[in-house]
Design a binder for this molecule. Structure first.
Ligand code: FAD
Length: 535
């Protein structure tokens, strides 16, 4: 950069936040750098420093449907990034064996209707059409069972209504929190390292500087602000704002600044995972349009179908299972395809930094917090954090109020997701091993304990779920409560008196729509085979 450029950006002016140093080049680091360049262009100076020796976590390949706002913010269409990342569609999370062996249900990306002021789930409890709550109340559950793509072969999406934003340079861009009413019908699976590679190019093409080196020291000034990070071979990197994307290490936030980490382990005991990347022959194996979470003796196994491989892993609690046993169970689950594949054993830090923004350092990604992979919330946390970082971007050092609001917002998101995940284990009927028996008596956040009792009498709605934005609408809670089957949930007594005609018509509308779409839509395999042909 020339001196004139630097002067134009006020770089080096301690009064202004212009130089951003991102430490870490995993999903969090590159999502942050890309988003900042997309938000502020050359008005700020972004540097990403990542180590060639310290690897990324190597997992994290399923997303929330809100992720589409991330790509739209970067003005990227699916065709720009999906092929480069071996990406597939995800319509739902499929839960297997959480109730009993052989049972499955879906938590789809589809808002649930309400009739005469009562959620459809409440009507379903009063007048169940079949024993499948998910299929009776959501179209997407049938599309998942039939392994359908959410797009027709010509690329037309299944639900036009929520595809209204464009990719042109001039169009306004939305962020996730404004879109809570309109549920986008799908999310994505992608290869994490390919996404990081894609975003590296995106960000560096737009001016971000990329330094491959180890950060060996973090220097604080007399006010406790970070003045620079010291690298092994590139000297000192000075900045106004530092983003800690160093993963579970929390090198800047927890180690240098000493911000305490609040553990969630008392309520969410899974602290370990073992992962495999298994080759997949798309011409022979079905590409399920969902992430599958299959309950196991001491946790659950995720299955994420990608274009040329499956990402899979066993998430377990080390109090109940040894790593060798977890790997054995996972290999047996996958079968001979995994014989030559090396396992990646991961120790997880479950909880969150007390604050994610301290002085001039923001932690994003695993350094900020993580709950465990159930429901794929890690990348959602990153996305939420960087949207908020842009909204609360400081002018200088004295913006305490902006920092405080940011910290409340990110803490609420993680605490809310924690409650939602605790619900899964409490609500699961499964209680056949010590691990699953203990899920019924393990403490949950106090407010959830009260909510759970209430939900036995009245299904969750906007007034009774965790009250702050955390990405999970009330229908998500209904899916888990009614799908996992551990609680005896009653319908509202009022529905014994109410006219059910409109509710029954809605169940019929959903059934007919699902039947029509299953007939019309291609399978995911057919869809992506066509995409490959025409590429
Ligand atoms: P990392 O990937 O660990 O990256 C850390 C970076 O910091 C690396 O580039 C490293 O080189 C760099 N670094 C560290 N120290 C230094 C240093 N001293 N100098 C320079 N660079 C340094 N999320 C989802 O949304 N969906 C999922 O399905 C999902 N599954 C998961 C499964 C498991 C088992 C786990 C543990 C997590 C999962 N997550 C998931 C979370 C997701 O993986 C992470 O949120 C995401 O990958 C972001 O990681 P990160 O970038 O914060 O950290």
């Amino acid at each position: 950069m020339t001196q004139t450029d630097a002067a134009a950006k006020n770089l080096g002016d301690p009064g202004k936040t212009r130089r951003v140093v991102v430490v870490g080049g995993g999903t969090a680091g590159w999502m942050t750098a890309s988003y900042l360049t997309a938000a502020f262009g050359d008005k700020i100076d972004v540097t990403v420093v990542e180590s060639a020796q310290i690897g990324t976590i190597g997992v994290g390949e399923a997303t929330f449907s809100d992720i589409r706002h991330f790509f739209e913010f970067l003005r990227l269409a699916e065709s720009d990034w999906m092929p480069a990342c071996n990406a597939t569609y995800k319509l739902a999370v499929r839960f297997e064996n959480w109730r009993e062996p052989g049972h499955h249900f879906y938590h789809p990306f589809e808002q649930m209707g309400s009739i005469d002021g009562f959620p459809l789930s409440d009507w379903w409890l009063r007048h169940p059409r079949t024993d499948r709550f998910d299929k009776d109340c959501f179209v997407m559950a049938s599309l998942c069972d039939a392994q359908r793509s959410p797009r027709y072969l010509d690329g037309t999406p299944v639900d036009q209504g929520v595809f209204e934003t464009g990719h042109g340079e001039e169009t306004a861009r939305a962020t996730m929190a404004e879109y809570q009413g309109a549920q986008f019908p799908y999310a994505y699976h992608f290869e994490a390292h390919l996404l990081a590679k894609f975003l590296t190019k995106y960000a560096t093409d737009r001016g971000a500087r990329h330094v491959v080196d180890n950060v060996v020291d973090v220097a604080l000034d007399e006010h406790g602000f970070i003045s620079h990070v010291k690298t092994a071979e590139h000297g000192e990197l000075a900045g106004d704002l530092f983003v800690d994307c160093t993963g579970f290490r929390g090198l800047l936030m927890n180690k240098a600044l000493g911000e305490p980490f609040i553990s969630y382990q008392d309520t969410l005991p899974n602290d370990s995972a073992v992962a495999l990347q298994v080759p997949l022959d798309m011409d022979r194996e079905p590409l399920r349009p969902c992430t599958t979470a299959t309950a196991q003796e001491a946790g659950w196994i995720w299955t994420i179908p990608l274009i040329s491989r499956i990402g899979t892993g066993y998430v377990y609690a080390s109090d109940y299972c040894e790593p060798e046993e977890a790997e054995r169970v996972l290999r047996e689950f996958v079968g001979p395809e995994a014989a030559d594949v090396e396992a990646n054993h991961i120790r997880m830090r479950i909880g969150r930094s007390r604050r994610s923004w301290v002085n001039n350092c923001v932690a994003v990604g695993l350094s900020s917090g993580f709950v465990e992979p159930l429901e794929s919330t890690g990348i959602f946390f990153i996305h939420h954090a960087i949207e908020q970082m842009v909204k609360y971007f400081p002018s200088g050092r004295d913006d305490d109020r902006l920092r405080n609001m940011y910290n409340r917002s990110t803490a609420n998101v993680m605490d809310g997701v924690r409650e939602f995940l605790c619900l899964h284990y409490r609500a699961a009927k499964r209680a056949d091993t010590q691990y699953w028996k203990d899920t019924k008596t393990r403490p949950v956040p106090e407010a959830l304990e009260e909510r759970l009792e209430n939900w036995k009498y009245k299904v969750p709605d906007a007034e009774t779920v965790y009250p702050y934005y955390h990405g999970l609408p009330p229908y998500s809670y209904n899916c888990i409560l009614l799908g996992a089957g551990g609680f005896d949930i009653r319908h509202s007594p009022a529905l014994d008196l109410a006219d059910e005609t409109a509710a029954l018509a809605e169940f019929e509308r959903i059934r007919l729509k699902a039947e029509k779409l299953v007939q019309e839509l291609p399978t995911q395999n057919e869809y992506f085979a066509k995409m490959r042909e025409s590429a």
